[in-house]
Design a protein around this ligand. Structure first.
Ligand code: 9YW
Length: 421
């Protein structure tokens, strides 16, 4: 088998191995359940293995959808002792049990890609028609409950909600969250070197927030008013913006069209406020701290995500493309998740430096949209080189390309099948 065939076969094997019957775990051991944005990316990989199975990934995730429309960040389809905090900690009643927060809503965009690229058009139409009402309820939930004052940007209440857990962008906000005052046992350190994982002090605050949501009855108004961790996450807002744009397009393809007036208004409102998050010196967009009502001055890869949501001006896009090129000089093995020039940069510690393939892919998609084919191709080649060098790890040291975190990771394999091979 040549090198390319071998990489393709390995990626497909990873999806099959991580398939627990209709849903795919991110990796066995470390993450034994179904995660929200992982499911979206992973469905894209299934398209190259089994189209029907790609659609099932979404259907299984929506089994965890709440009455109010929220799609949780984890759906606990079965029991496992490998992960903390499990359903006994979140204490959300429901079958299947879930967490009480969400994750960057990639799903509508992934459904659009799969619908457009699938071969079995009859199957795709039936699946799209069934998914549309659920997707619409999910997006309406974001705007209704996470932006109750219609500012144009939705709020986040937990670093896990960003999908970028220990990003230095959250350090100061998280520091204001009390540390939980009860014993608990982490399980992640049974699987991965502690040097590549968040610190205990951060976990103490993550768990405090889990308790806080439950103590506030998961009530969105109480949480909006009182949550000690309250941000407007630029990357999550960009993913939502792109997702809603794709959802509005999908509505034109569905057999029965729904009324999208309110979602259209949300897209227009977000478009108006994105420019307020631009940082003219750093040449990227910034997250916001909602307690202090100010931008968070930390340069992360999330700050380039408005490329993916078409929310930048052509001038801003050109400045971001040049900035990305500079980051790639310092960290050539994919886009660093935190600028290598930040004092908090840490090449191997999760979201404090490592490069992640699905983020690289979304940013490349945005760069191409704005016509920056050269930087887009450079980042694609860099992403391909790291899987050739290191295989399908969870994330990669952006300086050396060394694979870090969990092995045989579903979204890395899926993005490789879709984008790199
Ligand atoms: C957690 C599964 C998830 C990803 C997140 C990543 C990590 C840890 O793993 O979260 O305990 O939820 O930060 O982006 O979805 O791969």
């Amino acid at each position: 088998m040549n090198k390319l065939d071998n990489l393709v076969a390995q990626a497909k094997d990873i999806l099959r191995t991580n398939d627990l019957g209709g849903y795919t775990v991110p990796t066995k051991g470390l993450y034994p359940f179904q995660w929200n944005w992982d499911a979206g990316v992973t469905a894209l990989g299934w398209l190259y293995v089994d189209e029907l199975r790609a659609w099932t990934e979404f259907e299984k995730l929506f089994e965890g959808q709440w009455e109010n429309g929220m799609v949780p960040h984890i759906v606990f389809h079965q029991e496992s002792d490998d992960y903390f905090p499990g359903p006994d900690q979140w204490k959300v009643e429901g079958n299947p049990p879930t967490t009480s927060i969400s994750q960057p809503p990639l799903l509508a965009t992934m459904v659009r890609i799969i619908y457009e690229q699938s071969k079995d058009k009859e199957l795709a139409q039936a699946k799209l028609d069934a998914l549309m009402p659920k997707l619409i309820r999910y997006h309406e939930w974001w705007y209704r409950e996470r932006d109750p004052e219609t500012t144009g940007l939705v709020s986040s209440y937990h670093p896990w909600e960003s999908g970028m857990d220990n990003s230095p962008a959250w350090d100061d906000v998280l520091h204001r969250v009390p540390q939980v005052n009860r014993p608990y046992q982490r399980r992640d350190l049974n699987h991965v070197d502690s040097k590549q994982r968040p610190l205990k002090e951060q976990y103490d605050r993550y768990i405090y927030l889990v308790d806080f949501f439950r103590e506030n009855d998961f009530d969105y108004q109480k949480i909006y008013q009182n949550c000690p961790f309250h941000t407007q996450d630029i990357s999550l807002n960009a993913v939502l913006q792109r997702g809603t744009i794709d959802l509005i397009h999908l509505n034109t393809l569905a057999s029965v069209a729904a009324d999208m007036t309110s979602l259209e208004a949300s897209v227009a409102k977000a478009e108006e406020v994105f420019p307020s998050l631009w940082d003219a010196e750093r040449h990227l967009f910034l997250n916001r701290d909602q307690a202090l009502e100010k931008a968070i001055p930390v340069s992360t890869s999330g700050g380039f995500m408005p490329l993916y949501s078409y929310s930048a001006t052509p001038e801003q896009a050109a400045l971001m493309a040049a900035e990305i090129k500079e980051w790639l000089v310092l960290g050539p093995s994919g886009l660093a998740s935190t600028s290598p020039l930040e004092s908090t940069f840490d090449a191997k510690r999760y979201w404090r430096g490592p490069s992640w393939l699905h983020i690289n892919w979304m940013i490349v998609d945005g760069l191409k949209h704005y016509g920056h084919e050269d930087v887009a191709e450079q980042l694609r080649q860099a992403s391909r080189a790291i899987i050739e060098q290191s295989g399908y790890f969870e994330y990669f040291d952006p300086i050396t390309g060394e694979g870090c975190g969990g092995k045989d990771f579903s979204w890395t394999a899926a993005i490789a099948l879709h984008w790199l091979l």
